[in-house]
Design a protein around this ligand. Structure first.
Ligand code: NAD
Length: 335
């Protein structure tokens, strides 16, 4: 059996990985802690680590992993902005990931955020449970005929564009590498100026860091809806809050947040949230925050377990690593 140390474990991870690990001949030791320079020592005896979106796989962590005999890092997610790829390459530790598990899961969650914001169903649910059947304050707008601007037209962006086109929206897009002939690609500034809804589906890189900022928020239409199910640091949160306060932004649906690693996936319901920016966002009536859960479907979790275990099996068998991350662009290490 080849052993892997699994960090930031949640009960649902165990269900899917435990159901498949034997078939792949992988033994798993689960840790609830996130992977970071302090916890990396816990992987002693494991040849692989399995990590997730908010683990800190900095140079320091990679060095501790190397000292402890780790030979491969398997990300059980698509994004890898939290991995120091240079450090891993220097330590001769390949990094593999799950590039494509269910674009539908993320695209459909983005739609859920959009429809909830526009039709206020989250508030209606609470109101009717209290036998309050008033409609005051619930006026929404039709998405039919409105313009969606998609930033990043990879697997998820294209899927979301397709769904929105199905609802009669006009879709425009920005991507330095256009890949969908059916989409109207426009310069970024034009996308900001024309869109009623803007949805982010690009990776976090040095080029996309704070792609939504005080400048772009001056260009957007009044009452634009901003959706982010990609990575938190694509948005300058302070600038977004200012634009919401002035009414320039009409609503924000956020599955990710710049400083999420300390908070998301944990329960703080019994304590005071020690993050003023997040607290302010949560208090805003036209902001909807979910806790980086767009991937969380049965289909996606099954594929994540299957592909991650397959990646590890290929490594242990000395086979080519189909899903190895090649260091071809400057990704930011931390959001
Ligand atoms: P992908 O690699 O298929 O597509 C990314 C697209 O972004 C590509 O077309 C690329 O050309 C484009 N891009 C690169 N630089 C850009 C720039 N400067 N401006 C605009 N576009 C740019 O990735 P995907 O599978 O569609 O995933 C998109 C993002 O969604 C991932 O990077 C990840 O951060 C995020 N994600 C979030 C969740 C979640 O649970 N919230 C789950 C999976 C993925």
């Amino acid at each position: 059996m080849c052993k892997a140390a699994f960090f930031d474990t949640k009960p649902y991870d165990k269900i899917y990985f435990d159901s498949m690990k034997q078939a792949y001949g992988i033994e798993i030791e689960y840790f609830e802690s996130k992977l970071n320079p302090q916890t990396a020592v816990m992987c002693g005896g494991a040849r692989a680590v399995v990590a997730f979106v908010n683990d800190d796989i900095s140079r320091e962590t990679v060095s501790v992993l190397k000292e402890n005999g780790v030979e491969v890092i398997a990300m059980r997610c698509a994004g890898y902005n939290n991995v120091d790829l240079s450090a891993a390459a220097e330590a001769s530790i390949p990094v593999v990931r799950v590039p494509d598990y269910s674009p539908h899961a993320v695209a459909e969650h983005t739609l859920a955020l959009l429809l909830t914001l526009v039709r206020k169903t989250h508030k209606a649910y609470i109101r009717t449970r209290d036998s309050n059947f008033s409609l005051n304050g619930f006026v929404g707008f039709d998405l039919f005929g409105k313009t969606l601007g998609v930033i990043g037209t990879g697997k998820i962006g294209r899927t979301f564009a397709e769904i929105c086109r199905g609802m009669g929206m006009d879709v425009i897009a920005y991507d330095p590498r256009p890949s969908d002939k059916r989409l109207e690609y426009v310069p970024l500034e034009e996308l900001f100026e024309r869109s009623d809804v803007i949805s982010l589906h690009c990776p976090l890189t040095s080029e996309t860091y704070h792609i939504i900022n005080s400048y772009s928020l001056r260009l957007v239409k009044d009452k634009v809806i901003i959706l982010n199910t990609s990575r938190g640091a694509l948005i300058d949160t302070e600038a977004l809050i200012e634009a919401i306060k002035t009414g320039k932004v009409g609503g924000a649906g956020l599955d990710v947040y710049e400083e999420e690693s300390e908070f998301f996936y944990e329960d703080f319901s019994e304590s005071i949230l020690r993050n003023d920016v997040l607290s302010r966002l949560i208090m805003m009536p036209n902001v909807l925050i979910t806790s980086h859960q767009a991937f969380l479907t049965h289909e996606a979790l099954s594929r994540i377990a299957e592909i991650t275990l397959g990646n590890l099996r290929s490594f242990f068998d000395g086979k080519p690593l189909e899903n190895e991350i090649k260091q071809n662009k400057k990704l930011l290490r931390k959001e």
